[in-house]
Each structure stands twice: as C-alpha cells, then as structure tokens.
Design a protein around this ligand. Structure first.
Ligand code: NAP
Length: 459
C-alpha cells in the first residue's frame, strides 16, 4: 500500500497538498544514485559549484510572488511579510562568497624537504531534515554550503511544507546541479531512521524538536554518522535599567510574536530590572494590542494562524495553567474575536514564575512571560535556569556590561539590542537540549566537510 503525507492548511483546515512517501526500497535506490553521482560533482571547481548555487537562489527569487501565498497556505505566515527570500538569499550568497576561503587548504609547510597541509573534503552524502517554521531559510542554511563543499544532498522537508523542498531542489537542478546530486525526498520517520541506522548518510543535519533530535541520535548510534542537531529553545530577553525602553519593547515583542511565535530563537521569557519594569510592560501591552490576527492571505493581517491547531492548543494549555497558578494575562481577549482553532491571540503574562510550564517548556507560540529582577546576578540565574541554550537578548547601552552578562549565559548566541536573527557570518549553534553542531559561517563549512591531512616527504 502506498503511504502519503498530507499538508493540512492552517488557513482553513483543507488539504493543501498531498505527496506519496518513498518506500524503503525507493529511498535506498535514491541514496545509491546520490552516492554514485557525488564524486563527479565534488571534482568540479569550487567556483562552479558556488555559481550554480547563486543561480538557484536567483531562480527562487523570480518565483517569490508565487511562493509568498503558497507559504501562507502551508504554514500560515501573513503575505504582508513577503516570504523569506531576503534571508534565504543573504545566507546562501554569504556562504557562496566565503567558500573559497573557508575551504582553502591549511598550509603547514612547503619546503625542499616536506609539503604538509590539511584539506577539507566533502563528507559524501548529507541528509538535511528541515522544519516548517522558516522552511526556506532553515533548509538553505545547510543545503547551500553542503553542495558548495562538494557533497550530494537529500532534503527531507517537513510534512507541513512539502512544496518548499520541491521548489528548492527544482531551482538547484534548473541552475545546473545534476539530478542525483540534489534530491527532494518524502520520507516517513521510520524510513528516515532505518536509512540512518543503515549508515546511508555521512552527515545528517536535523533542525526541529528535541524529541525528533533524540530519535535521529538514536538512529545514528553506532554508525559514526556525523550529526548537526538544531533543536528547541526558550530564549530569554533581559532589559537593564539603562536600556532604550521603546527599542527594547519593539524588538522583544517582535521577537516574541513574529510568525505567531514560531521561531526557534523567538523570545519566550523576559526579565526586566525592577525600576523600569512597569514602563516596559506597558509599552509591550500597547504594541501587542495592535496586532491583527486573521487570514494570512489578507494584507492587513499581522498575525496568521499557528501551523497546526494542536500547537495553538499547547500554548492555550500552558497559558491557562499559568493563570490558574496566579499569573495575570494583560492582553484583552475582546480585541481578538478571531481566536479559535489554529488562530491564537497573542498574550503577555506577568506574575509568572519558573514553576510554571509556560516559563520552562518551549511554547513556540505567541505568548511571553515577563518577570522583575533586582540585578544582573538574578537575571543571569533566571536566564540560565533552562534546559535550553539557543540565544539570549540583552538590552543596555553598555557593551561592557552586556559582555560580562553574556559571558555568564549558557547559550549559543548572545545578542545586544536585537534578537531573533541569524547572522550568516556567525556560527548558528546551541548548548544543553538545544543541540550540537555548527551551522552557517566558516564553521558551518567545517561541519559539512572532514579534515584530510597530507604529509609528503620529498626524496
Ligand atoms: P519536528 O516535529 O521535530 O519536525 C522537524 C522536521 O523533522 C520535520 O521535517 C519532521 O518531519 C522531521 N522529523 C521529526 N521527527 C522525526 C523523526 N523521528 N524521524 C525523521 N524525521 C523527523 O519539529 P517541529 O515541531 O515541526 O518544528 C519546531 C521545532 O523546531 C521547535 O522545537 C523549534 O525550536 C525547532 N527549530 C529549531 C531551530 C534551530 O535552529 N535550533 C530552527 C527551527 C526550528 P515531519 O514533518 O514529516 O514530521
């Protein structure tokens, strides 16, 4: 019996797309074709591979007007934001631009007696497992550098965004990547795990939930397959008493609510120095009360539905449990009559504590808890009191203080006076249950290649 996946649109609950999953045998055949095709791809000049990826980016850009509503239908992001092309392009082109330098041989000696150097060589076949929340940007983080470095790539995109994998791979092929070197695959979890357990891939980059990351790690156990795991977060903001409060409220509310809070590095909890707490909270309430929840295809909508009703229900449960335990909800529900099903109104909670699920577990939705703190020491303790470690966002005019606080925080990234952004020149990484590995930047190339040492004695 053929199995298929269905993309249920959060806009209206209709089936927006359905795709047949590969059988185990078909998936193994696809792996074999990719492996056979990879050496010829790796033998091409680096500049040629980078140029092909640049062309693919341009092809995606030309289709952006079609892609924007397609994204709204698949995962609910309002069309007014214009899709992801800007970030998609920024990341892919940056990685293309630094490839020559990042992948250059590391010369150790070139003398009459010896030539010694370290070369970066592609792993071979890389599996990219991508999530739906920023489906173009999360996928390209690995797809572009993996191909540029000379790997073959199989992309298993999320069932919520099946058209994205098709579009990315189609653009790469139209730009000149051989068919078997870049493949979009629709795989069940079981087939994915079975392939990984059989050692089908040389490297797997997984972006998604902690549960998914654990399943991938279990599947890879004993195969020595390299893994990059970019998992969940519960990212904090800390507003110091010297911060520009308008900028802090604007930045942190955007970080908490954009994409209906479905950002891996979205702001989920905020600590505010007690002397500026009341002002800051009022500014946040004023901003969030202006959000327009509704159909993402309507250009006035600023907040679309969450990708699935069950995601909205999880946030509703976390919020109501917190309120039962003494939290206060500051956003007036009568401003959001559209709330229901996948459509979830934004909420700000105060009088919260770390005993509440909403302050500990990932919400991945438009709710944020705000707490008072006395000083930096208390803020650091609160920010570190989490199983996650993706980013933290510090608001102050004092870079030295931000550096001191930043040094004490257990995260992959520390921001000052901004949040919720991936800079392709910096390493995207996390600690604790946020995962392991290095995406983007020079280090992203290191993750997608292996070192090979050359030690030649001249006689
Ligand atoms: P998810 O359920 O883990 O799904 C993410 C991707 O992994 C999808 O392609 C999914 O396929 C696949 N997947 C999940 N479990 C799998 C398994 N056992 N075997 C094979 N594939 C598996 O995550 P999500 O809820 O869609 O995405 C949101 C999560 O991603 C949040 O926790 C968020 O923080 C995290 N995230 C992290 C980053 C980062 O950079 N750290 C970036 C973006 C998102 P199906 O769709 O077919 O189930």
């Amino acid at each position: 019996m053929t199995e298929s996946l269905k993309c249920i649109s959060p806009v209206d609950g209709s089936v927006y797309a359905e795709r047949v999953l590969l059988t185990g045998e078909e998936a193994r055949a696809a792996v074999a074709r990719a492996r056979a095709a990879q050496p010829e791809w790796a033998a091409r000049p680096l500049a040629e591979r980078a140029e092909i990826v640049r062309r693919a980016v341009a092809i995606i850009g030309e289709a952006n007007d079609e892609i924007v509503p397609e994204l709204a239908w698949q995962m609910g992001r309002p069309v007014r934001y214009g899709g992801e092309f800007r970030g998609f392009q920024e990341r892919a082109l940056y990685m293309a631009d630094i490839a020559e330098e990042a992948l250059a041989d590391i010369a150790v000696e070139n003398s009459p007696g010896f030539t010694r150097y370290i070369r970066r060589v592609p792993h071979g076949l890389v599996l990219v497992v991508a999530p739906w929340n920023y489906p173009y940007m999360t996928a390209i983080n690995t797809v572009a550098p993996a191909l540029i470095a000379g790997n073959a790539v199989m992309l298993k995109h999320a069932s919520q965004t099946p058209l994205v994998g098709e579009r990315i791979i189609c653009a790469l092929r139209d730009a000149g990547v051989p068919d078997d070197v870049a493949q979009n695959v629709f795989l069940s979890h079981d087939t994915t795990s079975a392939l990984i357990s059989a050692g089908a891939f040389d490297f797997v980059n997984f972006t998604g939930s902690v549960g998914g990351g654990k399943a991938i790690e279990r599947a890879a156990a004993g195969t020595f397959t390299g893994l990059g795991l970019e998992l969940g977060g519960k990212d904090p903001g800390y507003v110091m008493e010297d911060a520009d409060l308008d900028a802090a409220a604007d930045g942190l509310m955007d970080g908490a609510m954009f994409n209906s809070g479905q950002c891996c590095c979205g702001i989920e909890r905020i600590y505010v120095q007690e002397t500026v707490y009341d002002d800051f909270v009022q500014k946040c309430v004023d901003i969030v009360s202006k959000a327009k929840l509704g159909n993402p295809l309507n250009p006035d909508t600023t907040m679309g539905p969450m990708a699935q009703t069950r995601f909205a229900d999880l946030v509703r449960a976390q919020t109501s449990e917190a309120i039962e335990a003494g939290a206060r909800a500051l956003i007036d529900p009568t401003l959001f009559p559209e709330d229901g099903g996948a459509y979830l109104m934004p909420q700000i909670l105060v009088d919260v504590s770390h005993s509440m699920r909403v302050m500990r577990e990932e919400s991945f939705g438009p709710v944020v808890g705000i707490m008072r703190v006395k000083d930096d020491a208390e803020a650091i303790a609160m920010m570190n009191d989490s199983e996650f470690g993706l980013t933290a966002s510090l608001w102050t005019v004092d870079p030295d203080r931000a550096r001191r606080v930043g040094d004490a925080i257990e995260t992959g990234t520390v921001f000052m006076n901004r949040c919720d952004y991936l800079d392709p020149a910096l390493c995207w990484t996390g600690c604790k249950n946020t995962g392991r590995g290095a995406g983007l930047s020079v280090l992203g190339y290191h993750a997608l290649t292996r070192p090979k040492s050359y030690h030649f004695k001249k006689v």
